[in-house]
Structures are given as structure tokens and as C-alpha cells.
Design a protein around this ligand. Structure first.
Ligand SMILES: [Zn+2]
Length: 306
């Protein structure tokens, strides 16, 4: 398994008390310190990859918003510090490099441990701690740069991946499946939001949903849909805020549930796409639960790699 990250992710600073904080990346690094991984620096992206999903005027707006000192708010809870633009370009760059490496046959699995996360960033709107749509951009790179015909994205973050849905709404070659607590931020993700080509599947979960119920829903709805789509690559929007300890939400998953869902996604990947999976970090705000859950996720990805 290839692990992409970069110290620049520590330079994306958010205001005191903000849950999407530098300490998240430190917790992940600490949790993965004992792992024998193929560790690589997440490169800066080519901005043309951002433009696969966002228009030039939005990219220009983000670049112009980057402060030389202090902070700038892109929206009520999405902030930029002097290091944020570089960190966001590495989150996109790490995703694209991971897609390139896995499709290039260097390994079967990769995990991108970068921040800021991406799944709430819409076409021309930063929101929910997210600036660029990292996972959707990775999907577009697989489709448009590598010439794949079908990519599936599974988003198990506790919040709806409204940004990924927006960026890929018209993209028939991408299947997007999101499970998320509802009602909860950002308020979208109803079952009748299906995408322009029936390519979006939303699975709202009631508050309190635990691992057992989650496993049943994934067995019934997620894995069969992914397998039927026959993707050539599976991407994971790996948010760990469905954990019972998470302060921002109210689902009841345990650390081992993240290992389980990873294991089963690897089974589907083995069945349909030679085991090829690229996972990227989204949310997860209890530092201890985040570290443990990422470790459970990465342990499976490593075990199932080349
Ligand atoms: Zn989340």
C-alpha cells in the first residue's frame, strides 16, 4: 500500500477550537507510525486537474483568497491560512498521484492522508472545511487522463458528500454512493437525488445507527451496486466521523466497523477491478477514534495490497 501525505498539510491552520485541525493529521501520523508502508510525499497538483471539476473563476477566487497572514473565511466554517492553498493543492496532487500509481500497476491500494478534505466542495463553492473536490478530481483523472470507462466512489463519511455529488452529477462514467446520517449537515443526500444518469445512490441513516445495521445496509445496497457497475477502479471518501465517539455527529460505528467496510470493499475490488482501490481522508474529529479508525482502515488496505 502506498501512503501519500505531506508536512504541508500541517500548515493549513484553522481558527482555535475548529474541529478540522492540524492535530488530526498528527493523530493519523502517530497511529500509522508503526506501519511498514510505501510512504511518499503528496506532490503539488497540476491546476489543470482542479479544472477538471471546478471552473477557472472559482480557482482564481480561491487563489486570490489565500491570505499572506492571518485567516480568510471562504464560508462560515471553511477557512484559509497562509499555508492552506499549498495544502489543498497537495491534497488534490496526492489523490491524482495515488490514482496514477495504482492505475500504473505500482500497487493495488493507496491511501491519501492529506487535509483539507474535499467531499463538500461544490463546483464553485467551498464549504464544510473543503476547498477542492479531491475525490471527484481523482475520478475525473482516472476517466479523462487514463481513459477508464467506469469509476465507483464510496463515501462512508457521516456527512453527505454533496460536493462529490455536485461535481459528478452529470458524469455517467462515475457511480457515487454515499451513506450519511440524516438529518445532519449539509442537509442534502435524500434517496431521490439520483444523478443525471441514475449514477448517484444516497443512503440516509437515522441517528444512532450502529455497525450491525450499517453492515446490513452495505451488504444489501452498496456492495451489489458497486459490483453491478463493474468499475475499473474504486475510490473511497474515507471519513471516520460515523464513529460513536465523534463530536460532530450521532452514528454508532466502532473502530472495527471501519476495518470491516474496508475489507468488504476490497472483496468487491478483487471481484471487479483487480483489487484496485484509492482511499482519501475526509472527516473524523475525535482524535483518538480518528487515529484508531484510520489504522484499522490502512491495516486492511495494506494486507490486501500487492
Ligand atoms: Zn464528515
Amino acid at each position: 500500500m502506498i501512503y501519500f501525505s505531506h508536512d504541508d498539510g500541517l500548515k493549513h491552520e484553522t481558527p482555535p477550537g475548529h474541529p478540522e485541525q492540524v492535530a488530526r493529521l498528527e493523530a493519523i501520523r502517530s497511529a500509522l507510525s508503526g506501519f511498514d508502508l510505501d510512504r511518499r510525499d503528496a506532490p503539488l497538483c497540476d491546476d489543470r486537474d482542479i479544472l477538471r471539476c471546478h471552473p477557472q473563476d472559482y480557482l482564481d477566487h480561491v487563489i486570490a483568497s489565500a491570505p499572506e497572514k492571518g485567516a480568510h473565511a471562504l464560508d462560515g466554517d471553511t477557512h484559509m491560512s497562509p499555508g492552506s492553498l499549498t495544502a489543498a493543492r497537495r491534497a488534490v496532487g496526492g489523490m491524482c498521484a495515488a490514482v496514477d500509481a495504482v492505475l500504473g500497476g505500482e500497487d493495488r491500494t493507496a491511501f491519501v492522508g492529506c487535509r483539507p478534505p474535499g467531499h463538500h466542495a461544490e463546483t464553485r463553492r467551498a464549504m464544510g472545511f473543503c476547498i477542492f473536490g479531491n475525490v471527484a478530481i481523482g475520478a475525473k483523472r482516472a476517466l479523462d487522463h487514463h481513459g477508464l470507462n467506469r469509476v465507483a466512489i464510496v463515501d462512508f463519511d457521516v456527512h453527505h458528500g454533496n460536493g462529490t455529488q455536485d461535481l459528478l452529477w452529470d458524469e455517467a462514467r462515475a457511480l457515487f454512493i454515499s451513506s450519511h446520517q440524516m438529518p445532519l449537515y449539509p442537509g442534502s443526500g435524500y434517496g431521490d437525488e439520483r444523478g443525471a444518469h441514475g449514477n448517484v445512490v444516497n443512503l440516509p441513516l437515522e441517528g444512532g445507527t450502529g455497525g450491525e445495521e450499517m453492515r446490513r445496509i452495505y451488504e444489501d445496497r452498496v456492495f451489489p451496486a458497486v459490483a453491478a457497475f463493474k468499475p475499473e477502479l474504486i475510490l473511497i471518501s474515507a471519513g471516520f466521523d460515523a464513529h460513536r465517539a465523534d463530536p460532530l455527529a450521532g452514528l454508532n460505528w466502532r473502530t472495527e466497523d471501519f476495518g470491516w467496510v474496508t475489507e468488504r470493499l476490497c472483496d468487491v475490488a478483487d471481484e471487479v477491478c483487480g483489487g484496485r482501490i484509492v482511499s482519501t481522508l475526509e472527516g473524523g474529529y475525535d482524535l483518538q477514534a480518528l487515529g484508531a479508525s484510520v489504522a484499522a482502515h490502512v491495516a486492511v488496505l495494506k494486507e490486501r495490497s500487492a
